[in-house]
Design a protein around this ligand. Sequence first.
Ligand code: ADP
Length: 485
Amino acid sequence: MQAEDRRFALRNLKLIAVMAAGMVSLYAILDHFAYPEYQALFASLRWTCAAIIMVLLVLVRSRMGKRFFKFFTVILPLVPAFFVSITIFVTQDPASIYYAGLSLCIVAIGFLFHWTYREAFAVSGLVLIFYLIACSPAIANGLTAKDGAGLFSNLVFLVTTGVVVVAGSFAHQQLRVEEFRGRERLRQQKIVLRQNARKLQVTLDELRKTEGRLIQSGKMASLGQLSAGVIHEIGNPLNHSNQALFLLRRRLRQFPEDDMIREAVEDIQDSVDRMKEIVRELREFSHKRSEVLGEFPLKDSIDVAVRMLGKEIDDHVVSVEVRVDPAVQVRGVKNQLAQVFINLLHNAVQAMGQFETGRRNQILVSLTKTDDRVEVSVHDNGPGIPDGIRSEIFDPFFTTKDAGEGTGLGLSICLRIIEAHRGTIQVFSDGATYTEFRVVLPTPRDPSENAETIEAAAHHGPSLPIPPDTSSRPTDPLLHENPVS
Ligand code: ADP
């Protein structure tokens, strides 16, 4: 409020000073009629007063003036009041009509400045004192009845003016305090509103991102369903190729000397066998019925993952070394653990794909076993994970990959599966040359242990979005189910 008062006072001071200097000079006409004998003296007094007011105007623009602006708002009315009092003193006329000049100083300037009631009281009191001092020689010399009545009425008017100005300043000040509080409340509310708007914008952006991710997940689910159909459709041609190969082989026995054809047929047979294996694994992996809880060598899950990512591993020229003892058993759902390793290997391969150092891309999967737990480490020599995001990578939908390349679901799915297996997963990286995920799983002891949570994960938990094949086609001898239990 003080700052606002200062702005207001400085703005009005110029106006008041010019007005006061002008009026003081203009009222010289009054001297001509009221006191012609003192005209010259009063004119010089008036010019002195106007000059002092102008000096005040200059001073108030200085640094000190701006700092003590309140002092100027009080001094300014007192300067003309002082000079009016001198004219009363000179004329020895307590009933002088110039008392009106004193009232004008209090009222006009009180209006144009935001005086507090204390300032109004001080100015009114001092003006009254000036007037009494100016009249004191006349009072001391004895007043006529007419002069006494004039002095009394002048005093009454001056006091009343003072009271009105003090009361008005008080009421005005109260109003201004209220108004200021209201404005302050409004300002605070505006700040809160702006903050809320910002929060809303952030939420809106988040929602938009989530919507994009959901669409992406939806696309993935459709892709999974599509692949299920494709897997199924591949089954029959593969079957026929196998039967044709069988016949071809039989016929070939009649031409034992033709090595070239025999080798070609062997190559075709190898390729068909490889395709059978891939299709079988894909179906087994996607089939809910194969998500059976059991004990199995952990290496099986890792091998499935390496086989399924075979093409990607080759494309990125990555060498994957699996140093895992095939005798180490765990209890859980083989497909789900395979999915964990698929996600970890997939991330490692992708990270190394973008990382060009001229170094050989290497992934090492190793296993250590103690009495009660097995620890699998998936270590790659890719670009690492920066410190700043390491704590976020397990959050659903967190990804640093381009749209279409990453969904941000891989590691959150891993975490969920491993927690369902009562295990833990940790990440280590220097943010520059390596990333290592360590998966710790309990070794099987009591068969009933963990069954409930792992079963739950098996039936509600995440899996690749390839639905089980429920068609009623004739059983395909190549694509048989082979649940792990
Ligand atoms: P997505 O692979 O779809 O992005 P993930 O949850 O699997 O989702 O991974 C989250 C993020 O973790 C990745 O976007 C990547 O930034 C980081 N990340 C995971 N594994 C690795 C790794 N081996 N090397 C470097 N960054 C990795």
